[in-house]
Design a protein around this ligand. Structure first.
Ligand code: FAD
Length: 240
């Protein structure tokens, strides 16, 4: 299997760094080929703007998504976007490693999605959306750490259901782009655990990664379950 690990943490002594290392060494043990996008180390530009294209449009009709479609067809993406899209084309499986920030992801990773998952490449234009998305046939998984403990993220906990918090990433980005999304690995409240508990997390994580190939994806509704108005067909239960 060809794996791309996209990693968004600044500190090499962080727990996220430890998880990233476990993932890479496990993949190598399994004989997988691995590429890494270490976004902080790459000083990855997070803001999507006109500088993402080598053709500078001064048209009053300039629109980021449309310029992205042009860039895809005419090879006018900046070299950093082009390189990331090449890694994605190469990969069968994409792992995202990051801490939960503001019920979401760090800005550097959000910017990676904004810029790299361009229209026509990941969704829309000449490709479809959801199970017809541009990255169809690939698998993805997120591995995250939290500050808050698990009970806070239960449906009745103060932070609300973690599945709802992760839905915009897992469904709104990864599944929207056509990928099968494996269940997330969540390391809860890592800063408040003791060393043994954290080491246990790393063992458990390794166990998950060893079984990636047999893991069942999250059963998001396929396009066929929606009617011509993109409404869920009668009798089916909404996902969240
Ligand atoms: P670290 O603090 O780097 O590490 C935790 C501990 O693990 C440290 O003691 C470290 O030494 C130790 N460690 C490192 N390597 C190993 C190893 N190999 N074995 C054992 N121990 C090891 N939290 C939420 O829950 N919800 C939010 O919405 C949220 N929003 C945030 C927004 C911002 C802007 C920020 C900065 C934080 C936010 N947080 C939030 C908290 C954040 O999610 C946690 O701080 C983060 O997930 C912790 O992960 P880390 O890798 O940074 O841990």
């Amino acid at each position: 299997m060809k794996v791309l690990a996209v990693y968004a943490h600044e500190s090499p002594t962080s727990f996220n760094a430890a998880m990233k290392e476990v993932a890479i060494s496990t993949f190598r043990e399994l004989g997988y080929q691995v590429k890494l996008s270490d976004l902080y180390a790459m000083n990855f530009k997070a803001v999507a703007d006109k500088n993402d294209f080598t053709r500078q449009s001064d048209s009053p009709m300039y629109k980021y998504q449309i310029e992205g479609m042009h860039a895809l067809k005419n090879n006018t993406f900046s070299s950093d976007i082009f390189a990331e899209q090449e890694k994605i084309r190469w990969a069968d499986f994409i792992l995202f490693q990051f801490p939960i920030w503001w019920f979401s992801m760090p800005g550097i990773l959000k910017g990676w999605f904004d810029r790299v998952f361009s229209m026509g490449f990941a969704y829309g234009g000449d490709v479809g959306i959801y199970n017809d998305g541009g990255l169809k046939g690939k698998k993805a998984m997120i591995a995250v750490t939290t500050g808050g403990p698990q009970p806070l993220y239960n449906p009745r906990g103060m932070n609300g259901d973690i599945n709802k918090i992760l839905y915009p990433i897992q469904h709104g980005i990864l599944y929207f782009s056509g990928m099968d999304v494996l269940p997330p690995f969540i390391a809860w409240s890592v800063a408040h655990f003791n060393d043994k508990q954290r080491k246990d997390y790393l063992k458990k994580y390794k166990g998950r990664l060893l079984n990636l190939e047999i893991a069942e994806p999250i059963p998001f509704h396929p396009n066929s379950t929606y009617d011509e108005n993109m409404q869920l067909k009668k009798g089916l239960k909404p996902e969240i």
